[in-house]
Design a binder for this molecule. Structure first.
Ligand SMILES: Nc1ncnc2c1ncn2[C@@H]1O[C@H](COP(=O)(O)OP(=O)(O)OP(=O)(O)O)[C@@H](O)[C@H]1O
Length: 496
């Protein structure tokens, strides 16, 4: 955290009408107010307010004196204190990541105008999101080799406090503790924050889904702050570049807008649970379960699983039946070009969790396809990145109502190895022997006497028949973008 409070500086104002941006510039910093027409009456007030009543403190060292720009979105709070100092808490860029920084400025004349300026700044900075969120924070002290506690104290708590959030923090003490908490949590909080990897959100969502008021409970956004090893959920919300930036994840907690997420119901032996992230089988399931002998590899283990699946040349011992919606690659590619839906948050009009629509259908009914070729590798999921170096589901959308399934049939070693380089950007999609389905549901039936394991969001499930169905937009998260942030490799010229 940095605080600047020295000499007084004067304000210059630049108006960039052609780019519809307005720059409030001091030598210390600038705040860009995007897309505001200069003619709005309040704007005049703000300019006059700034000109006449606030002077800003300079950063301490001459190196820091260079003017720089802070997007309005990074302004966490502004306050005029009794001592006539305005303090602005911002998230400043520090090379690779972001850092909480406070700027102070003494008001040298009209306090009333300064007050008006400050409240306008907050209004613009929050862009319609109610400030001062009431957040329940769950910290897995064992997550990410024990880093989560430090991350909470050093970055998360100071940011939430600076943004004047109401915080209720709890450390999880055992497996399924997050689920127990979610089962009884009071529904008056604005978000449940998970300082963890991808395991804790699974528990939270299952806890919320097990309540009699599940539909209402699942309306509370579950928001990840990357503190585990793979952090796929964060990668999908913020993209490859920003997915491991804790401060940006906290900014999402403070200011993100509600975005619906699909869930999959998972039925096995009469028991029904929920998956928000991925389902894997065979060796990939071992990888997903973070088995102790692989855990030291961190998120690289997912890439290894992909590689192993490709080169093992060992067909999977199960039958796979898919209730397919889209499987033509041209149609699938067209989905990646569609602009993201503007409607982020739809109210769920149902009162209780929906029943499965296709569970009683026979796999020989219309709409079901069986995948009969020998399968090397299969993975199903609801979010694009599984880990940093594996973009497994480039077509996954937050709430399109489908579960994506990637299948690799047995192929030549050369063809398989050529996929490895582009796995982080989803290049395997373009291979003839790679198949991709957007499915409504699927069923997996292990061969008799075969051995294996299923993983659902990193939880171990027995090697028994399993039925999985996608349910549109049942859960909620927060997003700064309104869609998943994905860098998908361009179509190669060889692809027709
Ligand atoms: N205090 C605790 N002691 C032991 N296990 C815990 C504790 N709190 C939570 N857990 C369990 O830790 C598991 C992993 O959680 P997390 O969300 O951090 O996922 P992860 O991706 O596996 O991260 P990592 O690989 O860094 O452990 C969850 O199954 C959760 O139940």
């Amino acid at each position: 955290m940095t605080s600047h409070s020295d000499n007084q500086w004067s304000i210059q104002v630049e108006i960039h009408e052609e780019s519809t941006q307005i720059l409030f510039t001091t030598e210390a910093f600038s705040v860009i107010c995007p897309l505001l027409p200069a003619t709005r009456p309040w704007f005049q007030d703000v300019i006059q307010g700034v000109r006449s009543c606030v002077s800003w403190s300079s950063p301490a060292t001459s190196q820091e004196r260079k003017p720089f720009t802070i997007p309005l979105r990074n302004v966490l709070w502004a306050e005029l204190g009794d001592d006539a100092y305005v303090t602005i808490a911002v998230l400043a860029e520090t090379g690779k990541n972001h850092e909480l920084t406070h700027y102070n400025g003494k008001v040298i004349s009209d306090l009333a105008q300064a007050k008006q300026w400050v409240s306008r700044l907050i209004e613009l900075a929050y862009d319609g999101v109610p400030p001062r969120r009431n957040v329940k924070v769950l910290v897995n002290p064992k997550g990410g080799q024990g880093r989560a506690k430090k991350i909470y104290e050093k970055i998360v708590r100071p940011m939430l406090e600076s943004a004047r959030c109401v915080i209720d923090t709890q450390y999880t003490t055992h497996r399924f503790h997050a689920m127990e908490i979610a089962e009884t949590i009071s529904l008056d909080c604005d978000a449940i924050v998970a300082l963890s990897g991808d395991g804790l959100p699974h528990e939270i969502l299952n806890g919320l889904a097990s309540r009699p008021d599940a539909i209402k409970a699942l309306r509370i956004p579950v928001v990840p702050v990357p503190s585990g090893s793979a952090n796929g959920f964060s990668l999908n919300l913020h993209g490859l570049k920003a997915g491991f930036d804790v401060a940006l994840a906290v900014l999402n907690v403070i200011k993100g807008k509600p975005m619906r997420l699909d869930l999959c119901s998972v039925t096995q032996g009469g028991r029904r649970t929920w998956s928000y992230f991925s389902q894997s089988f065979g060796f990939m399931a071992d990888i997903d379960l973070g088995t102790e002998f692989l855990r030291w590899m961190g998120d690289t283990r997912f890439y290894l699983g992909f590689l192993y699946g490709l080169i093992s040349n060992k067909p999977y011992p199960f039958k796979l039946f898919i209730k397919s919606a889209i499987s033509d690659k041209k149609d699938l590619l067209a989905l990646t070009r569609e602009p993201p839906s503007k409607e982020l948050f739809k109210e769920n009009l149902v009162e209780s969790l929906p029943a499965d629509r296709y569970i009683s259908e026979s796999t020989s009914d219309t709409g079901w396809v069986s995948f009969d070729k020998p399968i090397l590798y299969v993975y199903a999921g609801l979010q694009p990145y599984v880990a940093r170096d594996l973009l497994q589901f480039p077509m996954a959308k937050p709430s399109d109502g489908y579960v994506d399934i990637a299948i690799q049939e047995v192929a030549s070693r050369a063809a398989l190895l050529s996929m490895v380089d582009e796995a982080g950007r989803g290049g395997q999609f373009y291979q003839d022997t790679s198949h991709y389905y957007k499915a409504l549901a699927y069923r997996l039936e292990p061969y008799p006497n075969s051995k294996g394991v299923f993983s659902v969001d990193g939880e171990v499930y027995p090697w028994e028949p399993i039925y999985i169905e996608a349910h549109q937009g049942l859960a909620t998260t927060l997003s700064m973008h309104g869609h998943f942030v994905v860098t998908f490799v361009d179509k190669p010229s060889s692809f027709v």
